[in-house]
Write a protein that binds this ligand. Structure first.
Ligand code: ARG
Length: 622
């Protein structure tokens, strides 16, 4: 771990003197510095192996010599408190007060922009996230991509990138035909009402409902064919009769549904209008939950959007000779000559002539490059689609697109929800998936109960606002508190634990900082003597704040919002340690009080900023 991109002024001075003494470029020295293994060993450790050759001495001796030289450097007199050689390392303890005085003004000056930057200027990042299907319930996996994707959008934006968030809705395929058919069979008034109120949840119901006979048929057939069960003759007869009765009905539904989808593909205006209406309404209803999560997309071009692009793309790839025929299908060969394991081909057109999810993703990637000229094209999609994306990226490479290397699958693990002793994929009630909105409502309801109890005098509107921010925040933080590829179990109770590694814990800490400043009332004097902040608990907090810009960049580079979540919890712990061991408003002197107020103000600023990057609100009062 190297020190932040933009070192604070004290560190800059230290690096400059070290570089001069070691006769190395400053960037190299900056890259060498690291925190020692234990905090009581100092603030920075310099590994002297790298310096040994240039100085013609053993690393241990270099550490000793360097310590002696630097001790005499007048420029370091007020900065460095101790220089301790430890084997091949030189440990440096800086003057805590000087460090605080170097760091806090930068935070005050940057305010809510602290931690951001402009290094992304002129570069575009596309983030494909959320992207639910209109025939399957919005499940915990979709909640995860929505939360993680939105954070990546905010983090990259904070670093100056142009970010295009895309909701690649799964709105194309035979399921559309099934939904049309179910729609035609439904009561005209009722269906309008349902679509308006429930959007995607209604479309899923339509799909599940019309597929129920097919599902039943499959189950009956399975029973009949089960070799492990010896069926009584009359039982077998009963099964056969039931199957015979269902089969024609199921076949007819399938035929009609496929016909309708074909009509849609062929451009039937009425069906296209119905499709568009279903899609728009789906997005409108989803947006109500997206709003609560602070999510807004720049594009909602889903799978159906790419339909018109497919034919020309297929023709072009055939002409280029990349798309070849294999067992009736049109594929892009991915097998490398001489490779031990033969990679299966990327199927673009099935043998029956139909296109696929893969086909639309190929077209979408090409479209995104042409439209946005991305530097990075990210897909925040669950880990089970790893095979699909590695195939897609290899296929793009085979098509001759050098930007294939800029595409990346940002995968994540599975999330289950704890219900009593069971864990479920998205809470189900009587076999039904609970919609996202209800999931959020439930958590907000739990938090409202806590707020009512803990802060009964808060006006009811404020209570509602706090419950919303903390309830939604509890879920959002839980998802991001662990590395994205780990499997997680959401625990309703633990997620709101005000002392746990939770969103509410960080939010409470932020509200505590706000409350101290509120009690003080007057504004913080601009020229507080920050060097008075020399107690270890104070210096630890300020050092953590100094790390924040680096953490934002690490999170961006590794597509890992959890790094920010971890930082938020750790910094909150350090701040609470400070608060529990030091008086702020009743500090030993007014000057010290003012310096501590500046520290509290910086904590407030940076915690709010970190929470915002992860999509959480930061109420000032809870
Ligand atoms: N709709 C897909 C699903 O729910 C995810 C789509 C992800 N994005 C993409 N371009 N393939 O599994």
């Amino acid at each position: 771990m190297s020190i932040a991109t933009e070192p604070n002024p004290l560190l800059k001075a230290l690096i400059a003197r070290l570089a001069a003494a070691a006769k190395l470029p400053q960037e190299q020295v900056a890259g060498l510095l690291r925190p020692p293994p234990k905090p009581d060993m100092g603030d920075y450790a310099i590994p002297c192996h790298a310096l040994a050759k240039a100085r013609g001495a053993k690393p241990d001796q270099v550490a000793i010599d360097l310590a002696a030289e630097l001790a005499l450097d007048p420029a370091l007199k007020d900065i460095v408190a101790a220089l301790e050689p430890a084997g091949a390392f030189l440990n440096v303890r800086v003057n805590g007060g000087a460090l605080c005085a170097a760091i806090l003004p930068r935070i005050a000056a940057a305010g809510a922009a602290y931690g951001g930057g402009a290094e992304g200027a002129g570069q575009t990042v596309v983030v494909d996230y959320s992207s639910p299907n209109i025939a399957k319930p919005f499940h915990t996996g979709h909640l995860m991509t929505t939360v993680l994707g939105a954070s990546l959008v905010r983090i990259y934006r904070a670093l100056g990138y142009r970010v295009v968030g895309v909701n690649h809705l799964g709105d194309w395929g035979t399921q559309c035909g099934y939904q049309f058919l179910a729609w035609q069979r439904a009561d005209p008034q009722e269906r309008e009402k349902q679509l308006a109120a429930r959007g995607i949840d209604y479309l899923v119901d339509l799909y599940v409902g019309i597929n129920a006979p097919a599902k039943e048929l499959a189950e009956l057939k399975e029973k009949l064919l089960d070799k492990n069960v010896a069926l009584q003759p009359d039982c077998r007869k009963e099964l056969e009769t039931a199957i015979a009765a269902l089969e024609p009905q199921v076949a007819e539904t399938d035929r009609r549904a496929r016909e309708l989808f074909k009509q849609l593909e062929d451009g039937d205006a009425e069906l296209r209008a119905l499709w568009e209406r279903m899609r728009v309404r789906t997005l409108e209803v989803l947006q109500l939950s997206y709003d609560r999560l602070g999510v807004k997309f720049e594009s909602t071009d889903g799978e159906g959007f790419f339909e018109p692009f497919l034919k020309p793309m297929i023709a072009e790839l055939k002409q280029k000779g990349v798309l070849v025929q294999s067992e009736g299908a049109w594929v892009i060969e991915l097998a490398e000559p001489g490779a031990k394991k033969k990679a299966p081909p990327f199927i673009v057109v099935k043998s029956d002539g139909a296109t696929k999810y893969e086909t639309r993703d190929l077209a979408a990637a090409i479209y995104r490059k042409q439209t946005y000229d991305f530097a990075q094209n990210l897909y925040v999609v669950d880990v089970r689609q790893g095979f699909h994306f590695s195939g897609l990226f290899k296929a793009l490479e085979k098509c001759g697109y050098p930007w294939a290397k800029d595409c990346r699958h940002v995968s994540y693990g599975l999330m289950q929800i704890k219900e009593g002793d069971a864990t479920l994929p998205m809470t189900t009630r009587g076999g039904r998936m609970i919609p996202l909105s209800e999931l959020l409502d439930r958590m907000v309801g739990i938090v409202r109960g806590i707020v009512d109890e803990k802060n009964p005098t808060l006006p009811s509107e404020r209570k509602a606002a706090v419950a919303e921010a903390v309830g939604v925040g509890a879920i959002v933080f839980w998802i991001q508190a662990r590395r994205r590829n780990s499997n997680i179990v959401f625990d309703w109770k633990e997620a709101t634990n005000p002392d746990g590694d939770t969103g509410p814990y960080v939010q409470y800490t932020h509200a505590r900082a706000c409350s101290i400043l509120r009690k003080h009332g007057a504004s913080i004097p601009p020229n507080a003597q920050l060097a008075l902040l020399a107690a270890p608990a104070e210096v630890q907090v300020v050092k953590a704040l100094d790390e924040f810009p680096r953490v934002v960049r690490d999170a961006a580079r590794e597509y890992e919002p959890s790094m920010l979540a971890t930082w938020l919890v750790q910094t909150s712990r350090l701040f609470n340690d400070f608060y529990n061991s030091h008086q702020v408003l009743k500090a030993e002197s007014e000057a010290l009080r003012d310096a501590r107020l500046a520290l509290v103000d910086a904590v407030r600023t940076v915690l709010a900023r970190g929470l915002a990057l992860l999509g959480l609100g930061a109420p000032e009062e809870m």
